[in-house]
Design a binder for this molecule. Structure first.
Ligand code: HEM
Length: 427
């Protein structure tokens, strides 16, 4: 794997933006330059501050009174058409409902209720089913000798697992529909959609919410062994408001479907990318596929090195100073988890894959603080099982296009490969 010393040294001239397509496809040299020269950088193209150092990221993520998630995220819905969007959702989609992206104290109650769908036993019990699906997908690819890391493994695996876990009937849903639903929701909070896009995305979101409502009604009447049943019947032992409202149920199911899908698919594709671009690594790791410790560390280190989510947003609720930079009240910040993971003050020689790194688990890939990913145990399990079965079944994993031709979806928050064409042989 390339190390820091190999990276081009980027001199900032002023006015650079994370939106620049050159930076978008390989943002790490940009992050590195910012950490050294301007660690809390005002990005003029985005009109927000990029937080690039590990320690500053921790400060923001652990001070939710000064740095609000609710304002950084909810205000973006509809990209300038929030009222029209909300009206459509109220009329046709069961409501305009926000999810866990809220501040305490409302967040504290909602988070405790939603955690009830991620009990340790539920995730552990899932392992054989995840393995069955992974083996099916990897075997299908192994037969052909070529395939796409996203379309053939990451996408179908994660969509199917989350749908099955929620309790959806997979034969009614399928990978394609999940992709369309996911895009519609993410575009609403992305910053790029036009009014026409907003109308189409609102239509698709109504379809998704109506589908969810059908399941909520069914599981309220008759619970089963699935996450929707856990959520609709979740109850806290304390507090005045111990169960989820109907709108919160819809929002939580929608949130799980969306948050757990592209992210985990991207992580699996990134793992394949790391194997394809590090000659000898797959051969070295394949004999260790049964070693849980080695596999978990490998997965953690890939997640640190290539995190699917590069950055998410907060809003400063008052004038403050971060890393020496004054931040005015109501300014937006993007906490760059990917840059924090690459900070050599925390992770020496950060572009090097090192599964024996003592602090491999300290990465910010799943965030930190009160909003730290609620689905991380499920995600880790899916990626670990994918790693094991890929290593057991495939060898000579090679990129089928030059690495500099790989392209990423035009979103700011996530670093999502559009495709990952690979060739390989059966091991
Ligand atoms: C590799 C896969 C994943 C990555 C990289 C990831 C990343 C993240 C990050 C960075 C956050 C923090 C958000 C913030 O600070 O603003 C987060 C929160 C969240 N994630 Fe994940 N996630 C993954 C998989 C999943 C899965 C599988 C699920 C559910 C099935 C899920 C559900 C959520 C939810 C509901 C939140 C909001 C938590 C809160 O605000 O309290 N994620 N995730």
């Amino acid at each position: 794997m390339a190390t820091l010393a190999d990276q081009p040294v980027l001199e900032l001239k002023g006015g650079e933006t994370r939106l620049d397509p050159m930076i978008r496809n390989d943002p790490f040299p940009f992050y590195r330059a910012l950490r050294r020269q301007d660690p809390v950088y005002y990005d003029p193209g985005l009109d927000l501050y990029l937080v690039t150092r590990y320690q500053d990221a921790i400060t923001v993520l652990h001070d939710d009174a000064t740095f609000s998630l609710e304002h950084g995220y909810q205000d973006r819905y509809g990209n300038g058409f929030i009222d029209e969007f909300a009206a459509i959702m109220e009329r046709d989609g069961g409501g305009f409902i926000r999810d866990l992206a809220i501040d305490p104290p409302a967040h504290t109650r909602l988070r405790r209720l939603t955690e009830k769908a991620f009990t340790a036993h539920r995730v552990k019990d899932l392992e054989p089913r995840i393995r069955q699906i992974v083996v099916e997908l990897v075997e299908r690819m192994a037969e052909r000798g070529y395939g796409d890391g996203i379309a053939d493994i990451g996408g179908p695996l994660t969509a199917r697992i989350i749908c099955e876990q929620l309790g959806f009937d997979w034969s009614e849903v399928g990978t394609e529909k999940v992709a369309v639903w996911t895009k519609a929701v993410l575009d609403q909070i992305g910053r790029m959609q036009t009014r026409e896009d907003m109308l189409e995305n609102a239509r698709v979101m109504c379809e998704l919410q109506n589908y969810i409502i059908r399941y909520i009604d069914a599981r309220e009447a008759e619970p089963r062994e699935d996450m929707i049943s856990d959520l609709v019947h979740a109850r806290l032992d304390d507090g005045a408001n111990p169960t989820l409202s109907r709108e919160e149920k819809i929002a939580t199911v929608r949130g799980f479907l969306i948050a757990g899908n592209d992210t985990t698919a991207t992580a699996i594709a990134n793992l394949l990318l790391v194997l394809a671009t590090n000659p000898g690594l797959a051969d070295e790791l394949a004999p260790q596929a049964d070693n849980e410790r080695v596999m978990m560390r490998f997965v953690e280190e890939v997640l640190r090195l290539q995190p699917p989510v590069h950055g998410l947003f907060r809003t400063a609720m008052k004038d403050t100073v971060l890393g020496g930079t004054p931040i005015p009240a109501m300014a937006q910040l993007c906490v760059l988890y990917a840059s924090a993971n690459d900070d050599d003050a925390k992770f020496p020689d950060p572009r090097r894959l090192d599964i024996e790194r003592p602090n491999v688990g300290a990465s910010l890939t799943f965030g930190s603080g009160i909003h730290k990913c609620v689905g991380l145990s499920l995600a880790r399990m899916e990626i670990k099982v994918a790693a094991q079965e890929i290593l057991r079944r495939l060898k000579d994993i090679t990129l089928a296009v030059p690495q500099d031709q790989l392209t990423y979806q035009p979103t700011l928050a996530s670093q999502t490969l559009e495709r990952l064409p690979l060739t390989f042989a059966r091991r």
